[in-house]
Design a protein around this ligand. Structure first.
Ligand SMILES: *[C@@H]1O[C@H](CO)[C@@H](O)[C@H](O)[C@H]1NC(C)=O
Ligand SMILES: *[C@@H]1O[C@H](CO)[C@@H](O)[C@H](O)[C@H]1NC(C)=O
Length: 145
């Protein structure tokens, strides 16, 4: 019966991690981004009663070139576009809290096809422990001239 006593806290932990998750809501998958341009990356946080302590947020841009699928977003962040801390207040009611962050798409020469991805890496603390969580989200985009 040891299993049951372990399983319950684990389940509760897994669901609290999910409740604290964030999403890249902008740009949407498949968006064309021009090199050297400024775009808005919108990070949305699930509305949750339980708070989380934000430690750090990194937005990066990985040009995937001819490698398909793209290299792992956890091992290869690509060009770092932004380093900061997520600050996602409520803006609209109803609506979920989010932050708009303006980043500049790197200006480098590339060859078609030009699949790329924007990578969000977020470090935050949750729960009473608290526990340290490293979250990675990606959105696929197309790099254009
Ligand atoms: C992008 O934003 C930066 C910083 O605000 C600005 O200096 C630059 O001119 C902008 N570039 C474009 C292409 O709008
Ligand atoms: C965030 O960016 C989106 C898209 O550009 C825009 O519609 C929205 O009004 C912005 N929100 C804030 C609070 O600036």
């Amino acid at each position: 019966m040891k299993f049951a006593s372990f399983a319950l806290p684990l389940l509760a932990f897994a669901s609290s991690v999910a409740a604290q998750a964030t999403f890249i809501t902008l740009p949407t998958a498949g968006t064309q981004v021009s090199k050297g341009s400024n775009i808005t990356v919108q990070i949305t946080k699930k509305d949750s009663m339980m708070g989380s302590i934000e430690v750090g947020l990194v937005l990066s841009f990985q040009y995937c070139g001819t490698s398909s699928p793209c290299p792992s977003a956890t091992n290869q962040l690509g060009d770092i576009l932004y380093i900061g801390k997520l600050d996602a207040p409520f803006h609209d009611t109803p609506g979920e809290p989010y932050e708009n962050i303006t980043v500049t798409i790197p200006d480098y020469s590339f060859e078609d096809p030009a699949p790329a991805q924007i990578i969000e890496t977020r470090f935050h603390l949750i729960g009473a422990g608290p526990a340290a969580i490293l979250e990675t989200n990606t959105v696929a985009v197309q790099l254009v001239d």
